[in-house]
Design a protein around this ligand. Structure first.
Ligand code: TA6
Length: 290
């Protein structure tokens, strides 16, 4: 189903046979909502979210591409999340194991002439977003270099999970990993603890993580499971109280109900030769915590 948001930008509603749903905006190719079959919203949206292109909405899953963070005169986290994507009417053939499921949408982003002025690399970014029969949300990305010279990019799926209380959340799967700490000049440290818990601002890129990370929301008795391929790094971000006040489109208390845990490829940017294609997969699911 395609509807228009109040800015006239198309949104696509995906629904599975059990009533789970996901809503995707063609602005940024951004997932804005992912709901259980009971209608519970699993992704966070800021209480002060601004739905006004070209700025990405604060919440859901903005896509940081062609770079994570700042780089030269590129917009913060790249331009992909600030552009209108198209519905891809020539989607790539389904690969083995990908089921032809009606609750998928295929989106396509190609750089505009203006984009090529600031980032002179022609690419096709094909994004297949599916809601599986079990209510899982999968994002399959295929980025092809259609230029005549190589280029490198970094990428992050900036996933805002909706949680009950940041002080009651644990993240498992990042133990003993090295991380770059954005709060300490991006220096490299090694995680000493077991599970990650939160009592202050955190802004880290965990490196070479396993392909499975869990976010346990104790109060809601819910565990988010992140499975990923081709995305070796994991961004963990919560602005906490002080930083939140400096973010205009984030409510002062919102940090208590959100946590970003992003599948990403940051430390080692991905280089594509002409004609080469990279595929990255992210699958989000929930487990009722025992
Ligand atoms: O998640 C890491 C981070 O780079 C933080 O430093 C913070 O800037 C966050 O991304 C949000 O960035 P945005 O440009 O969406 O406000």
């Amino acid at each position: 189903e395609v509807a228009k948001d109040k800015n006239g930008v198309d949104q696509v509603l995906l629904r599975n046979s059990r009533g789970a749903s996901a809503r995707v905006s063609l602005h940024g190719g951004q997932v804005l909502s992912w709901k259980t079959e009971k209608g519970e919203e699993l992704l966070f949206t800021s209480t002060k979210a601004v739905f006004k292109p070209p700025k990405a909405v604060r919440g859901g899953i903005p896509i940081c591409f062609p770079q994570f963070g700042a780089r030269g005169n590129l917009e913060q986290h790249g331009f992909a999340r600030n552009r209108i994507w198209k519905i891809d009417d020539n989607p790539p053939p389904l690969t083995r194991g990908e089921i032809k499921d009606k609750s998928c949408i295929d989106l396509l982003l190609k750089p505009s002439e203006d984009d090529l002025k600031i980032w002179p690399h022609s690419f096709e970014f094909r994004l297949k977003i599916c809601l599986t029969a079990d209510g899982n949300l999968t994002l399959i990305s295929r980025i092809r270099n259609i230029n005549c010279k190589p280029f490198s990019f970094s990428i992050a799926f900036h996933t805002y999970f909706s949680i009950s209380d940041i002080s009651e959340v644990r993240v498992e799967g990042l133990e003993i990993l090295d991380y770059l700490d954005n709060l300490r000049d991006k220096q490299r440290f090694t995680e000493q603890g077991d599970a990650l818990t939160f009592e202050s601002e955190i802004d880290r890129v965990y490196l070479s993580s396993s392909d499975l990370v869990a976010v346990l929301d104790h109060e809601r008795k819910r565990t988010f499971v992140i499975r990923k391929e081709g995305l070796p790094d994991v961004v963990v971000w919560n602005p906490w109280e002080k930083k939140s006040k400096s973010i205009v489109d984030l409510g002062d208390e919102d940090y208590k109900q959100m946590l970003c845990v992003d599948g990403a490829a940051i430390e080692k940017p991905i280089t594509l030769k002409p004609g080469e294609e990279w595929t990255g997969r992210l699958e989000l699911s929930i487990l009722p915590s025992s």
